[in-house]
Design a protein around this ligand. Structure first.
Ligand code: PRP
Length: 191
């Protein structure tokens, strides 16, 4: 049974439904289990707030390896290159024995790639030797830096997606699917 009235929630169409998301999460969890076993280290999922909150909590429950979860709120600004621009951290992770960790940075979506590429450097600078990147969604068309995620649910076209953590103006994060907003709604938000 559909719990949500798609039309009333401003959704033009569902891009990835709940079942499809669950398949992606399952596959990524299995891959992470395999890699931790092969490469060693204590698994630490770093949830990049706020968008990856829901993805991280689903993923954590599917991974069989014992793990810890930490949170970071970061955004990149300035130049679009890896060397240029800055990473603004408004909530930081706690202290960890970084050299012992198998760090998986968990994102909901990669767009330009600026945030994630800077986060990789951020954790490597802390002393982490095993740093992996994970995203539910990837928009390769939008990439500004050379970055390919280690774990990826779906590559998607450059569409305005919301749900499963993704927002517009803090709305729609709670939708259990990834959907594309109606054109008139997009217009309302971005003109
Ligand atoms: C989104 C997303 C990534 C980043 C991706 O976060 O969750 O962190 O943007 O964009 P990039 O690849 O161009 O760097 P956002 O800043 O919208 O914050 P939110 O997760 O709190 O919604």
């Amino acid at each position: 049974m559909e719990l949500y009235n798609i039309d009333a929630r401003d959704i033009d169409h569902v891009l990835i439904n709940e079942e499809e998301i669950a398949v992606c999460v399952d596959a990524i969890a299995k891959q992470i289990d395999k890699d931790v076993e092969a490469l060693g280290g204590e698994l630490l999922l770093v949830c990049v707030l706020k968008g990856s909150l829901i993805f991280t909590s689903d993923l954590a429950r599917k991974i069989k390896t014992p793990l810890k979860i930490d949170f970071i709120k970061a955004s990149s600004y300035g130049s679009g290159t890896v060397s240029g621009g800055n990473l603004k951290i408004s909530l930081d992770v706690g202290s960890h024995d970084w050299d012992k960790k198998f760090v998986v940075i968990v994102e909901d979506i990669i767009d330009s790639g600026n945030t994630l590429s800077k986060l990789i450097k951020y954790f490597k600078d802390k002393g982490a030797t095993r740093v992996k990147t994970c995203t539910l969604l990837d928009k390769p068309e939008r990439r500004e830096v050379d970055l390919a995620p280690d774990y990826c649910g779906r590559s998607i076209p450059n569409e305005f997606v919301v749900g499963y953590g993704l927002d517009v103006d803090e709305s729609y994060r709670e939708l259990p699917f990834v959907g594309v907003l109606k054109p008139e709604v997009i217009k309302k938000y971005i003109g």
